[in-house]
Write a protein that binds this ligand. Structure first.
Ligand code: PBG
Length: 315
């Protein structure tokens, strides 16, 4: 059954399609800004006014949705810019939905790019304050929904945030807005290039007191169960490549839509090797993403989305 392309296609079990992909987008303050991210060739930060230079193409390529990250120009102790109705994400989302009403806009809900210390919550004496942070995360999610976000995606990994976001959205008339939770998010070295892109590296310590230990898989099942109980509609595993077993276990245990985040480090090392001519980028990327789908992911968040769209078009 492998002798020719027709029969191989006939018996193929896993199909990677454009409809599976979500493209991450970085929105920064200022005007006229298109700022390449050095460690992520092909990825730039855009100010609200230059976004069409990127998104006209994204929409033309048929990519169904984006996830938006904000890079604010002010950071403080209380992450004020995260829930400011005039913040970069809030203004960006409103502008995007006006120009591309059909494009699905997901917003990343976190405080790390907005706090001066770079942690995902409020900090006192070097410790993360869980509950007061969760309140601010819920306010942030609400401000995104008010700006027109179609889905909110909390990525902080603090306890109880999904429930708090659900309650506040419901109380404010946004009961129709789904929550995609970063449910099993690991404390990973694969986020390195992203922290340059989002200027969100922690200024002291690391994220191991709130993100998961890479050695644990059963704990991922407990995290997913909790998030679903609190009202998550889509759950995510992040990163993807080193955690395909976690994706599979979640898929086998829970009957809910599952997303995998093909993170910045997984993008950068492919781009670097391809630039050196060491690998066949197209074959490598399609194999990686197909592997994520085979493992059980329904949705893949990936910086390769435009590349994949072009390759699928050619195929
Ligand atoms: C914010 C957040 C991070 C990523 C997505 N949301 C960084 C982190 O937790 O340090 C990583 C995305 C990527 O590496 O592509 N908390």
């Amino acid at each position: 059954m492998r002798q020719g392309p027709v029969i191989r296609r006939l018996v193929r079990e896993t199909w990677l399609g454009l409809d599976d992909l979500i493209y991450p987008v970085f929105i920064t303050a200022g005007r006229g800004v298109v700022q390449p991210v050095a460690a992520m060739p092909g990825v730039s930060r855009y100010s609200v006014d230059t976004l069409p230079r990127l998104l006209d193409e994204v929409v033309e390529l048929g990519i169904p949705g984006i996830i938006v990250f904000g890079v604010p120009d002010t950071k403080d102790e209380r992450a004020t810019a995260a829930y400011d109705p005039g913040g970069v994400v809030q203004r960006g989302v409103a502008a995007i939905k006006e120009r591309y009403p059909e494009l699905l806009v997901i917003t990343d809900v976190c405080l790390c790019a907005y706090t001066d210390h770079g942690h995902c919550g409020l900090v006192k004496n070097g410790e993360i304050l869980n509950d007061p942070s969760v309140e601010l995360l819920a306010r942030t999610a609400l401000s995104h929904a008010r700006a027109g976000a179609d889905v909110v995606a909390p990525s902080d990994m603090l306890d109880g945030r999904v429930g708090a976001i659900r309650d506040l959205l419901d109380a404010e008339g946004y009961n129709h807005i789904p929550i995609m939770s970063y449910a099993a998010k690991y404390a990973s070295a694969f986020y390195g290039p992203f922290r340059e892109a989002a200027s969100s590296a922690p200024q002291f310590g690391d994220r191991r007191s709130y993100q998961m230990d890479p050695a644990n898989a059963l704990e991922a099942l407990r995290e997913v169960a909790l998030d679903l109980e609190e009202g998550a509609d889509i759950v995510m595993v992040k990163p993807a490549l080193a955690y395909l077993d976690v994706i599979r276990r979640i898929k086998d245990t829970f009957e809910v839509p599952l997303a995998a985040y093909n993170v910045s480090g997984e993008y950068s090392f492919v781009k670097a090797a391809a630039e050196k001519g060491w690998v066949d980028e197209r074959a490598l990327v399609l194999e990686m993403l197909t592997g994520m789908k085979r493992a059980g992911a329904d949705i893949i968040l990936t910086y390769f989305a435009p590349d994949v769209a072009r390759w699928l078009r050619e195929a």
